[in-house]
Write a protein that binds this ligand. Structure first.
Ligand code: ATP
Length: 262
């Protein structure tokens, strides 16, 4: 179970994490945060669950989260800056996880657009959902799932390998401390949303740079060398003809296609 007094003692941090709602088990933390947002909950509201029974990835795919072993959180933001959009908020979530792992000397990378990986596989996923009023975001939910202990690694067959922070580090990580660091990093980077500094930090931790990759989506497939990020966060891919194309975030899956390891 989550140590609630420890979370309460560490929050709010960087203006985030108040009010705090902690559930032993819940359908989806994103759904709960959305419902709170619809009822007027403030910027910084945080929903944490020990277990999700209907955790979601993108395209309504399942995100497995087992009790006592992972982090499942959803943070409600009411962004005011023009740099706010689903793409920059997804990057914010991934960067906050990567920076928190770096504090533990674990080098993790962002599998564009929304996954955090190490060479052994995926250890975290980000799901951002937004509600708009005209051309302004009314609220955004930044959902983050992290596999911390071994019990969080799904038993189900996955099309991309899964791992956990403990295995990647070779030692047992303090789940509450990691959660608090993720919130602190979200708060530290939030004012820099979409900035050059943030794009650069993201770029530094972009997985598969200079590797051949394929990006598949609804009926589309792009193959080429992953060059990095454009200034606006789109992915730069050099296709075989030599042409560079920019890929915007969407319901896309990125995979390496060479075989020299991750
Ligand atoms: P990809 O880019 O790898 O195709 P995605 O980013 O589109 O995946 P998401 O929708 O973000 O995937 O996440 C859902 C997918 O992640 C699931 O379909 C499943 O394969 C995988 N998954 C679900 N739970 C976990 C978990 N706890 N750890 C690692 N992977 C998971």
């Amino acid at each position: 179970m989550i140590d609630v007094p420890r979370l309460e003692a560490g929050l709010p941090v960087e203006g985030l994490g108040e009010p705090l709602y902690v559930f032993p088990t819940i359908g989806s933390t994103n759904d709960e945060a959305k419902s709170l947002a619809e009822h007027g909950a403030p910027h910084g509201t945080l929903v944490v669950a020990d277990e999700q029974s209907r955790g979601r990835g993108r395209r309504e795919r399942k995100w497995y989260s087992q009790p006592g072993s992972g982090i499942a959180l959803s943070l409600l933001l009411r962004p005011r800056s023009v740099g706010s959009n689903e793409s920059s908020l997804t990057a914010l979530g991934a960067l906050a996880v990567v920076k928190s792992l770096a504090m533990r000397k674990l080098e993790a990378y962002i599998k564009w657009p929304n996954d955090v990986i190490v060479s052994a596989g995926k250890l975290a996923g980000i799901l951002v959902e937004t509600s708009w009023q005209g051309d302004q975001i009314d609220y955004a939910i930044v959902g983050i799932g992290v596999n911390v202990h071994q019990g969080s690694i799904p038993q189900a067959a996955l099309d991309f390998p899964a791992t956990c922070v403990d295995d990647a580090l070779g030692s047992k990580v303090d789940r509450e401390a990691l959660l608090l660091d993720i919130i602190a990093n979200l708060g530290a980077w939030y004012p820099k949303l979409g900035s050059e500094e943030m794009i650069e930090a993201w770029q530094q931790r972009l997985a598969y740079r200079d590797r051949q990759v394929q990006i598949t989506g609804a009926g589309t497939k792009t193959v080429g060398r992953l060059e990095g990020l454009a200034a606006d966060g789109r992915l730069v891919i050099q296709v075989d003809s030599g042409e560079k194309i920019l890929v915007a975030q969407g319901d896309l899956s990125l995979r390496p296609i060479d075989s020299d390891g991750d």
